[in-house]
Design a protein around this ligand. Structure first.
Ligand code: NAD
Length: 308
């Protein structure tokens, strides 16, 4: 029978663990989430981080700036936060306005406070397989989920679909660091099925509903669906559907909030789950793991900054 790799169960266990650790600290770890503009999807995503942070006893401050903020002002704000000892973690909720250079903005965050692990300093550490690397939250979530379900990684053939700096590349690197044999596929890959069918572990981070069908997979595989796509309520699966947005909420909205849009991953879950050995659902797979991993990183950052 196919095993469902439930990210919510693991997230809740991580929350318990973080909560008990934070209770024993001399101060509370503090995360600042920077938002530029007011994208509804970012708001939902941020709300989940705030809720999780509150649940574990961290302080989470959400700082929203106007969409037309200048790069200079934003950078100055970040520099001020870098120098504020009561702040242990800073993240910039992506996407940010197009007139801003996201790479420059992210690289302004002090590497010590970079709990998303996206500054060039932290990515270089991941590249070099340094134990001090802060692993990007989604990547870390993927690995933690596999570890929780005791799915071995060393010597396995891992195929990662997607080569973004946010997910695909760091995930491929992290698997390489865990002694997997890694193939990275992307939009220009000629024969995707040929690559995916040979994987022991298949990780998909693209943002296209139904990209991976039962024809892409084989039995005994582990399928990790990182993609999150928001579909309008009337959209039918089985046809290629364009997601409304790239960066989207991690869980369905509370029942009180219209409209009832649906979240799906990049995998045709219904049919693929009949073939493979294990699979993550969407929602409820990597989404909750990403939030939990972010706060694991916050605790690491806190411990690195606060003397015992
Ligand atoms: P991105 O748009 O930056 O990158 C998408 C990648 O997919 C690109 O590298 C591209 O080459 C590849 N691609 C596009 N079409 C392809 C095709 N037909 N075949 C193979 N590869 C193809 O997106 P991203 O930021 O890496 O995010 C990817 C997905 O993961 C999105 O759905 C996003 O919402 C989701 N995401 C989820 C979480 C989470 O916590 N679960 C976190 C971050 C991102």
């Amino acid at each position: 029978m196919t095993q469902i790799l439930d990210g919510r169960i693991v997230r809740d266990k991580i929350a318990q663990d973080l909560r008990s650790k934070i209770l024993n600290l001399k101060s509370r770890p503090k995360l600042v989430i920077i938002q530029v503009g007011n994208l509804p999807e970012s708001n939902t995503y941020i709300r989940q981080k705030v809720l999780f942070g509150e649940k574990i006893g961290a302080i989470v401050k959400h700082k929203r700036f106007d969409a037309d903020i200048t790069q200079k002002i934003l950078i100055n704000e970040l520099l001020t936060m870098n120098n504020e000892p009561s702040i242990h973690g800073i993240i910039v909720q992506l996407p940010i306005s197009k007139h801003l250079d996201a790479d420059v903005v992210i690289d302004t965050i002090s590497p010590q406070k970079d709990v998303d692990g996206l500054t060039s300093t932290n990515l270089k550490k991941l590249w070099e397989n340094k134990t001090s690397a802060i692993i990007p939250a989604t990547t870390k979530g993927v690995l933690t989920l596999l570890d929780y379900y005791k799915i071995p990684i060393p010597c396995k053939k891992v195929v990662v679909i997607g080569r973004s700096s946010l997910v695909g590349k760091p995930t491929a690197l992290a698997f390489l660091n865990r002694d997997a044999t890694v193939t990275v596929c992307h939009s220009e890959t000629k024969n995707l099925k040929l690559e995916t069918k040979n994987a022991d572990i298949l990780v998909i981070a693209v943002g296209k509903p139904n990209l991976i069908t039962k024809d892409h997979v084989s039995k005994n595989q582990v399928v990790i669906d990182v993609g999150i796509n928001v579909l309008p309520p009337q959209a039918k699966l089985g046809v290629q559907v364009q997601p409304l947005l790239g960066v989207v909420p991690l869980q369905a909205k509370p029942e009180t909030e219209p409209p009832a849009r649906r979240l799906v991953g990049d995998v045709d879950f219904e049919n693929v789950s009949k073939v493979v050995a294990a699979i993550t659902p969407v929602p409820g797979g990597i989404g909750p793991m990403t939030v939990a991993s972010l706060f694991q990183n916050l605790l690491i950052a806190y411990e690195n900054q606060v003397s015992k």
